[in-house]
Design a protein around this ligand. Structure first.
Ligand SMILES: C[S@@+](CC[C@H](N)C(=O)[O-])C[C@H]1O[C@@H](n2cnc3c(N)ncnc32)[C@H](O)[C@@H]1O
Length: 453
């Protein structure tokens, strides 16, 4: 086992594009990873970015190599496609898109008008100290839970307006319309009702466009949702909790709600459209697929000359944090998942999709064999492999990785003769001594494992 050294080289000369807030996004390390990839495979051949997420590594490499970007989630495919094969939308076209998106259909707006106004009033009242009505909205199940009869609508002002909204939706035949999906599922929880209705309108507009432009438009919508979402950490797993465990209203609650819920959705969407439309176009041919890593290696392994793999490492499935983005792409009125609490079927506050992807890499018992599959398929295709071994932090603090580095090295050795590793600290690095079997990496360090035969 060898260690390898990175030349000190920062990302500063590269204008990093961060499409969404993403746990474990590699944009700060992409130049170091790129350097390691070039050392391992100087041929400059096609790279498979195997768990591509936000596409940070592919983006960095896109002018040097052909990139095959693979991820199991459709939102990742959408974003990587918009970054690797940008479709430049003209200023005039952006103006038309924004103009069309700013007009609500009468029925849609009519259905939610009272709810939108009520929430606005509650936020105003909260800013002068009357916070209970706002808290009722924040703690309430979303419309979909009431529509499906999983909770009883409360007897309150808010409850009356919810009932009125649901009757409106029923009268207009919009109870399961794609055009109201975001507002029905997530309105009042992750976004204000107004913002969610805007997101619904944006998605309806995106759908009108042909496949070539759709990924760019959809990515701008995903980036907008990630920017405006009203949660700590900008993810979709922990909706805002207005009270602490003792029942006291959290300090700063009203400010956070006001700040996020007053972001103008269309304005944000417009500025993301400009950002995506000014991404540099690369002359290389890139391919982006929504696939499981093993299927991808089986089908496309022979077409590449090197693999970069950045699987998840903690028990937190990515689908838990980004399920809303997946639903924005699929617009499929998903069934909501329920949990049993004291024998009673209870909805999850986060409104997860049933059957969201569960990665073997996040399951302690399944992860070792997932790594075995990864190394063995890469080796069968004669591909050198760079593996990131990353700590991921989330809102709860750092969760430990489900597989130890020693275990991963043990598995890698079953398939590769030469294995080297290095620890990255930010954009600097720590050289490890040669007795790496005794390696005790810092719990929080980012590690690269370089494997070849
Ligand atoms: C650590 S993140 C990748 C981050 C990425 N390198 C970046 O810079 O944004 C891990 C990714 O693996 C994906 N994933 C999990 N299990 C997968 C599987 N079985 N096949 C393909 N992708 C998977 C998740 O959707 C997630 O986007």
């Amino acid at each position: 086992l060898n260690s390898f050294q990175f030349k000190p080289f920062s990302n500063n000369n590269y204008n990093t594009f961060r499409p969404i807030y993403y746990l474990g996004c590699k944009s700060s390390f992409s130049s170091i990873i790129s350097q390691a990839i070039d050392e391992l495979d100087p041929s400059g051949g096609r790279i498979i970015d195997l768990f591509s997420g936000t596409g940070a590594v592919g983006d960095f490499l896109k002018n040097k190599r052909e990139v095959l970007s693979i991820d199991i989630q459709e939102y990742s495919r959408t974003i990587c496609s918009a970054i690797l094969n940008p479709n430049l939308i003209s200023k005039e076209e952006i103006s038309t898109i924004i103009k069309n998106t700013s007009i609500f259909t009468n029925e849609n707006y009519h259905c939610f008008e009272r709810l939108i106004k009520y929430e606005h009033e509650c936020i105003q009242k909260a800013s002068i100290g009357e916070v209970d009505p706002l808290i009722e909205i924040l703690e309430s199940p979303t419309l979909i839970i009431f529509i499906e009869g999983n909770e009883i609508i409360p007897e309150s002002n808010f409850g009356d307006i919810v009932r009125h909204t649901i009757n409106n939706l029923a009268n207009f035949g919009l109870l399961d319309s794609k055009n109201t999906l975001i507002t029905r599922y997530y309105g009042g929880l992750y976004f204000s009702y107004m913002q969610s209705l805007h997101l619904d309108n944006i998605l309806s507009t995106v759908e009108l466009y042909g496949a070539n432009k759709r990924d760019t438009l959809m990515s701008a919508a995903l980036s907008t949702a990630s920017q405006i979402v009203n949660t700590v950490g900008k993810q979709f797993a922990q909706p805002i909790q207005p009270r602490s465990k003792s029942g006291k209203v959290k300090k700063g609650l009203v400010k956070t709600v006001q700040r996020d819920r007053s972001i103008d959705t269309l304005h944000a969407f417009k500025s993301w459209l400009f950002k995506y439309s000014s991404l540099p176009v690369s002359r290389k041919k890139h391919q982006i697929l929504c696939l499981d890593f093993a299927t991808a290696l089986n089908q496309y392994g022979k077409s590449a000359s090197v693999v970069y793999a950045d699987p998840p490492y903690t028990r937190d499935h990515y689908s838990r944090f980004y399920h809303v983005l997946e639903t924005m792409c699929l617009r499929d009125n998903p069934t909501i998942s329920f949990v049993k609490k004291n024998g009673k079927k209870t909805f999850t506050r986060a409104i997860y999709r049933e059957g969201r992807h569960q990665s073997d890499f996040c399951i302690r018992s399944a992860a070792p064999s997932a790594f075995e599959t990864l190394f063995s398929l890469a080796k069968d295709n004669d591909l050198p492999l760079i593996l990131s071994y990353s700590p991921h932090e989330n809102g709860d603090g750092t969760h430990p990785r489900v597989v130890t580095l020693d275990k991963i090295i043990e598995i890698a050795r079953m398939f590769y003769k030469h294995i080297a590793l290095s620890e990255i600290q930010g954009v600097t690095h720590n050289q490890l001594n040669s007795r790496l079997l005794k390696l005790k990496p810092r719990t929080n360090s980012e590690i690269l494992l370089k494997c070849h035969n």
